[in-house]
Design a protein. Sequence first.
Length: 385
Amino acid sequence: MKRWYIVALTLILLTTLSIRSDGDQKRVAVLYFEDHSHFNSPAGCGCLPSWGILRWLLSGRPKGKEIWDLERGFRRMMNEALAKSGVYEPIPPERIEEFCRRMNVKVEDLGRREDLRARLAEELDLDAMITGEVLKFGQERFRGIVGGKSRITGNVLAGVGLRGYFYVASVAIKVYIYDRSGEEISSFKIGKKATHQFGTIGAGPIKTIISDMGLETRFGAQPISSKITKEHPIVESEELDRIKFASPQYHKTLFGIATDSALEEAVYRIRQEIGPRPPEKGVKPGALEGKIIHVSEDGTIFVNVGSDKGVTVGMRFEVLSTIPLIDPDTGEVLGKTTERIGVIEITKVESGRLSKAKAMKGNGFKKGDVIRNLGGNQGFGRDVR
């Protein structure tokens, strides 16, 4: 009887551990974000002044403008950044709101009361909780004009007009981290800026646009030559007003570039505080190596690198296989060579020293094959042709 009792307890314990571990991901809840930026939401990109009476008079939602809800948007993007890391399991906001309804409290009360945070952590089995503040959020534009038709004299400067534009998007946030007991264990501020500049040189119908993205020449509205290396960020207020905040399109804006940088830094700082250890910054392609330890029948590839070395979901590795050089006449092994046989991509970080991957190019991978990172710690790798 005692033997069966021990076996039953062991099975229950193993089942509980297997359910809870979920690949060693920590369960984190982003409770809320508060907006202290004085950003003028009804104006879309914040172009109206924040003076009280003028905001009240002018902040009616003009046709075509999208109201930007920074508080919900930043909470959503923080959850996305945590999930992207591959080491955290963010809790859906609905679970937090449901808890607040049952307790008859506001979500902001969770930031003020340690006992409520402790109870929430117990009910949702949380490892950590996060609140945030948006301290600064805005975009400025600086413009310079030389030449063209003068409003005063009507003169033309050598028949050539020059215009230059410089945009700066600024995002600053403060993040608070609480442990399972509800106690605050850390807080930090992060400020990020993203810039975009371009100038135009026009002579008659021909206009050349020079920017930090490349160079393009147009005849009227028709491009006649282009050396644009990447897509321009969205900066104009007319376009920003039509974009939903925190949507995929938002990440293509200059605002989005600054926001993504701030949240990426926040996740790095969170990992420093509650683990697992974050990747070393500045890891160069080829600096991180490991080995394939198993290839399952369904094609899942297991490798011996994980969060301890900064591996994240989406990272790509080239696979190198050792090939023996055999004399065709004698069958003698004369030497060895190493060949690249394909590329794999990390699909799940299981632990500090274990990850799952899938084949992106090539096949025939086997235990012992060496893997070497293609794109550092940013999750992007070059393609193999």
